[in-house]
Design a protein around this ligand. Structure first.
Ligand SMILES: NC(=O)c1ccc[n+]([C@@H]2O[C@H](COP(=O)([O-])OP(=O)(O)OC[C@H]3O[C@@H](n4cnc5c(N)ncnc54)[C@H](OP(=O)(O)O)[C@@H]3O)[C@@H](O)[C@H]2O)c1
Length: 390
């Protein structure tokens, strides 16, 4: 039984990552409105202990077995009375903490799926940063949100922006949405140079400071592909209604075009504190953590079409949206395998899209009727993708 509280009580899964750190900045700035009650990460337990001490958090989850054992052996590093949990079961337990109102899932990849579903089943608001979850199992996550009457608030900046532009507008009036893409590290590189890029090159994002996987996805534009799939699922759109445009400044985060041709845009500086705060405080608006746009300074806004020949992962993502079924899940699985291999120096940059294309061609598509079938396909697609790394 949840005891009503004046503050929103938040569980943060992925507290040590890039989204996690930005969320902590928002929480620190709004201690009067928000209270952190649970945190989790993969293995950085010492960083979790520091966060627990700073925010007086009493529920801490460590996914990795060894790190969990190390954390338990040094319990004095955590505030007195801390409840330490381990593994996926620990994350699920945190997502259902009776005292929590909102669960923010910012775990890289699809590990956050079970905790996200657990949070929805427990009637928590779900603030979702982990786009891979919706690409893998969007149909089932959205059905769970509807079934339990839970609020699903997008944290991904573009989707949070679309959410803001759509509020109060009937869905029937929407012609299309346009997600903006910075273009990533290789936006202006000619095709022939892309053959020789290194992981260090791909990790230099022009506008955003993010974790390594999403930064590589930005460089291949797979990130925008994943986001188009995420948008289709979150907002119930047809594939052709989900489009993307290059916008190098990352100030306009989306445009929503209505049937009459009018467009609404959402603008703010490229900092994740804006969408995170919106999702955590929704529907309340409070002063932001970072400065707003300053129109006393020159501000250029530029838009260009996406070059799908140089960045085929965007085209492939659109094809999976049209194909439906498990195709988006296969795309995501193959991309995760290929990006990990690229970051480990096992395959060149251009092989990432090749691995995804070959995996899509070799895994049979079908309409899944249950989540188990999607998870089996996800596993199968990862094994197929690994055969194409050689
Ligand atoms: N960064 C952004 O600006 C941004 C924007 C939009 C959406 N997103 C999405 O947000 C998610 C997180 O991105 P990020 O950039 O914050 O990634 P990141 O910096 O790499 O951080 C990942 C976080 O997830 C934790 N983690 C990884 N595997 C885990 C597991 N099995 N169990 C529990 N925790 C685990 C990590 O813990 P350790 O530190 O212990 O490894 C870390 O806290 C991704 O899905 C990404 O697509 C990110």
């Amino acid at each position: 039984m949840k005891v009503p509280s004046a503050k929103k009580r938040v569980v943060l899964l992925g507290a040590t990552g890039s989204i996690g750190e930005n969320t902590l900045r928002v929480l620190a700035a709004h201690r009067d409105r928000l209270e952190l009650v649970g945190i989790a990460a993969h293995s950085k337990w010492e960083k979790l202990a520091a966060i627990a001490r700073q925010f007086d958090v009493r529920h801490v989850g460590v996914f990795d077995n060894q790190a969990y054992a190390a954390a338990r052996a040094d319990a004095a590093a955590f505030p007195a009375g801390t409840h330490l949990v381990g593994g996926l079961a620990g994350l699920v337990e945190l997502a259902q903490l009776p005292e929590a109102d909102t669960v923010l899932v910012a775990v890289v990849g699809t590990t956050g799926l079970d905790p996200a579903l657990a949070a929805l089943a427990a009637g928590k608001d779900l603030a979702l940063a982990s786009k891979e979850i919706l690409v893998l199992a969007g149909k089932f996550v959205m059905a769970a949100a509807r079934k339990h009457g839970a609020k699903l608030l997008p944290v991904d900046s573009e989707h949070n922006a679309v959410f803001q532009c759509l509020e109060g507008h009937p869905q029937a009036g929407v012609r299309r949405i346009v997600l903006t893409a910075s273009g990533g590290a290789f936006r202006d590189w000619p095709a022939d140079r892309l053959a020789h890029v290194t992981p260090a090159d791909a990790l230099k994002h022009p506008n955003w400071s993010m974790g390594p996987k999403i930064t590589v996805d930005s460089a291949t534009l797979a990130n925008k592909g994943l986001e188009l799939i995420e948008a289709q699922c979150l907002f119930g759109l047809r594939p052709e209604q989900c489009t993307a445009v290059i916008h190098p400044q990352s100030i306009v985060h989306c445009l929503v075009e209505f049937n009459d041709g009018a467009m609404l845009a959402q603008l703010c500086p490229p900092s994740m504190t804006f969408p995170i705060q919106h999702a955590l405080l929704h529907p309340e608006r409070a002063p932001g953590v970072d400065s707003a746009l300053d129109f006393t300074k020159l501000l250029g806004l530029e838009f260009r079409p996406v070059d799908e020949d140089r960045f085929p992962l965007l085209r492939l993502a659109k094809q999976t949206m049209v194909a439906g079924g498990v195709a988006p899940a296969v795309y995501n699985a193959a991309n995760e395998v290929a990006v990990a291999a690229f970051l480990a120096g096992q395959i060149p940059f251009l092989a990432i899209s090749r691995v995804v294309e070959q995996t899509l061609a070799n895994v049979k598509n079908f309409e899944p009727t249950d989540l188990a079938a999607v998870l089996v396909t996800d596993d199968h697609a990862r094994r197929v993708a690994r055969t194409f790394l050689k």
